[in-house]
Ligand binder design. Sequence first.
Ligand SMILES: Nc1nc2c(ncn2[C@@H]2O[C@H](COP(=O)(O)OP(=O)(O)OP(=O)(O)O)[C@@H](O)[C@H]2O)c(=O)[nH]1
Ligand SMILES: [Zn+2]
Length: 208
Amino acid sequence: MSIERVAHRTGRTPAPLRVVHESDGIDLDAAEEAAGHFLRALGVRTDTESMRRTPRRMAHAYAELFSPRPFDLTTFPNDEGYDELVLARAIPVRSVCEHHLLPFVGTAHVGYLPGQRILGLSKLARVVEHFACRPQVQERLTKQIADWLQTQLDPKGVGVVIEAEHTCMTLRGVRADGSSTITSTLLGLLREDARSRSEFLALTGVIR
Ligand SMILES: Nc1nc2c(ncn2[C@@H]2O[C@H](COP(=O)(O)OP(=O)(O)OP(=O)(O)O)[C@@H](O)[C@H]2O)c(=O)[nH]1
Ligand SMILES: [Zn+2]
């Protein structure tokens, strides 16, 4: 009998883990001042009626992009011994590349093979948001989501696939319009067992 079931039967269901983003704090006034300097250094006038508040808006916009919403990592006992894949497809990804601070956007497919506990489904999307709301590279984002789920949930396997458009690569620079980047991290049985791996990749649509 698992520890979790003992806790449940005695009415001591473990409290869900509260997940809060650690940051050094956001100083909106300093960010506004810096944004004004930045724009004026680029020759953009901020003294018109419609642009007067633009430095403030920029500060708010980036603060929002760097502030994931806190959430509870609610899990439940896997009473039925469910042992097939759980997969949340097409979770929106909104992040900012750490090289240019330009957005990269796309979708994530996040799945796991349950062990003793199953996860509240919405939490897969919340974990994606948690790691996406900071300056990122897509490879790290993909791996952080997978590693964190593996640590917190101790499932038999975890898989994360992200497909995203990097605007630093489409709107500027090389201007490779229409290009997208796919990254994946597979752990446990989803990495080692050929059948589970193929099933996961087929359900995500990465392979047919
Ligand atoms: N691996 C990886 N690279 C990224 C990601 N986001 C942006 N980059 C790349 O980071 C690199 C930064 O390269 P630099 O040569 O320093 O910057 P740059 O002169 O602006 O390069 P160009 O974009 O080629 O004009 C570029 O190749 C970007 O495409 C990411 O998530 N992962
Ligand atoms: Zn970039």
